[in-house]
Structure formats: structure tokens, C-alpha cells
Design a protein around this ligand. Structure first.
Ligand code: PGA
Length: 240
């Protein structure tokens, strides 16, 4: 695993954005794996700036997002589809038809999961996957458990994740209790992985990522089997 320790959030976001820009330059029709949450917002802001400056082109790009609440409408301002439109897609020259987020309205979520993995495979696989990490080591909605699921699937949210995400909703009761998420094998199938972590609250998760164990109780530790992972973190997450 490559480790890049940055001074702060701004620098982490810029270093991450430069890696995505380099990927888009080397392979203009790249398949990007994208993430939601507070962590990637600065990286997306930087990609928007580079796109406006004519440095990177989103026209030939395809994207797949990690996850979506279930059930939820894409028009709901808490949906991850809405988040991606607001924080990236509406501000760059991407063809929205080539942006994929699991459907929070799918009638059969299991079938949606299978179709999502099939669509990723049909596109040729993800070239570079952006990830955040939960304070409990979760990756997307793959929460600590005795077993983790291989492909894209429906999952219940843990109490700690419902609690963490309730800050975005009017009340805790409004947080959906389920989600569609790419599974750990879908994520590990990406050719390159870039994981961002900032803030002292991510320190324990970063330490688990850097020790020499793998456990489904810290899903991020499975990334250790991947040959091309870059961790970009700020000093607070690295040093505690
Ligand atoms: P955050 O979430 O970016 O809002 O900290 C990361 C995650 O839970 O994966």
C-alpha cells in the first residue's frame, strides 16, 4: 500500500484529485468508481475546477458509485444520486447517462445488485475506485460482521451508521434502515484503489488498515490483498 500523509484536508483533496486527473489523461474513457460522504467533497471540488480550466474532460468518462440508500428516491436531497449531482455531475461535462448509482427505487433490490455488478463487468471493470472509510472500518455499506458479502447487495444499516448519518436528516427516524452497496469483491475488483481519510476520528481505522492483520470486523483491512491501493490521509488521521 502506498501511503501519502498530507498536512490537511485541502492538500489531501488536491493530491487525490491529481491522481484522478492523471488517470483521466492516461485513459480518457476511464471507468471511475466514486464515493459519497464528507471526505470526497474537496476532491470533487478540485476536479470541477480542473474541468472548468480545461485540464480534464469528463465527456468520455463512465462512473459507478459505491452505494445508495434503500428505499429512496433520486430526488430526495439525502439520496446519494442527489449528492453526486450536487457535488460533481452537475458541474462538469459528464454525460449523466454514463453515471451509475444503484437504484434506490429498484423493485427487486437483489436483482438490482446483480445487474449493477454485470454493468460494471460489461463496462470493462473499474479503472480507479475512490473510497472513504468509516470510523468502524466500514467500506461503503460493508459493515463489520462475521461474514462479508461478495457482490452488490442489500444490507441493513448498523445503529452506529444510522446515528452517524442522522446528522443529514431531519430526524433519526427518517434515515433509511437499508442500503444497496457494492460488496467487498466488487470493490476489490477495481484495478486501482484510492482511499481518503482525514481527521483524528479516523485514526483507529487507519491504524487497522496499516497493521498486518485482515479481519471482516474491520472491512477496510481486506484492501490489504489488493496490489494497487493508495492511502491519502491527513496528519490527524495518521498520527492520531
Ligand atoms: P465520511 O464517511 O466521508 O462522511 O466520513 C466515510 C464513510 O463512512 O465511508
Amino acid at each position: 500500500m502506498r501511503i501519502i500523509v498530507c498536512e490537511n484536508y485541502e492538500e489531501m483533496s488536491k493530491v487525490g484529485a491529481r491522481i484522478f486527473a492523471a488517470q483521466m489523461t492516461l485513459k480518457p474513457d476511464s471507468i471511475l468508481g466514486l464515493a459519497t460522504g464528507s471526505t470526497p467533497v474537496g476532491l470533487y471540488r478540485e476536479l470541477i475546477r480542473m474541468n472548468s480550466a480545461g485540464e480534464i474532460d469528463f465527456a468520455p468518462i463512465t462512473t459507478f458509485n459505491l452505494d445508495e440508500y434503500y428505499p429512496i428516491s433520486p430526488d430526495n436531497d439525502q439520496s446519494y444520486r442527489y449528492f453526486m449531482n450536487e457535488n460533481l455531475f452537475d458541474h462538469v461535462n459528464i454525460d449523466k447517462a454514463r453515471t451509475h448509482v444503484p437504484s434506490g427505487l429498484a423493485e427487486d433490490p437483489e436483482a438490482e445488485g446483480k445487474a449493477y455488478d454485470a454493468a460494471i463487468a460489461a463496462a470493462g471493470g473499474i479503472d480507479i475506485q475512490l473510497l472513504g472509510i468509516g470510523v468502524n472500518g466500514h467500506i461503503a455499506f460493508n459493515e463489520p460482521d462475521e461474514e462479508l458479502i461478495v457482490g452488490t447487495h442489500v444490507t441493513g444499516l448498523t445503529d452506529s451508521t444510522i446515528e452517524a448519518n442522522s446528522r443529514f436528516f431531519a430526524s433519526r427516524d427518517e434515515v433509511p434502515t437499508r442500503a444497496l452497496t457494492m460488496g467487498m469483491a466488487s470493490i476489490l475488483g477495481a484495478k486501482k484503489i484510492v482511499l481518503l481519510a482525514n481527521g483524528v476520528k479516523k485514526h483507529d481505522a487507519v491504524m487497522k488498515l496499516l497493521d498486518n492483520t485482515i479481519t471482516t470486523q474491520w472491512p477496510a483491512t481486506l484492501l490489504k490483498v489488493h496490489p494497487d491501493v493508495t492511502l491519502i490521509c491527513d496528519k490527524a488521521a495518521y498520527e492520531g
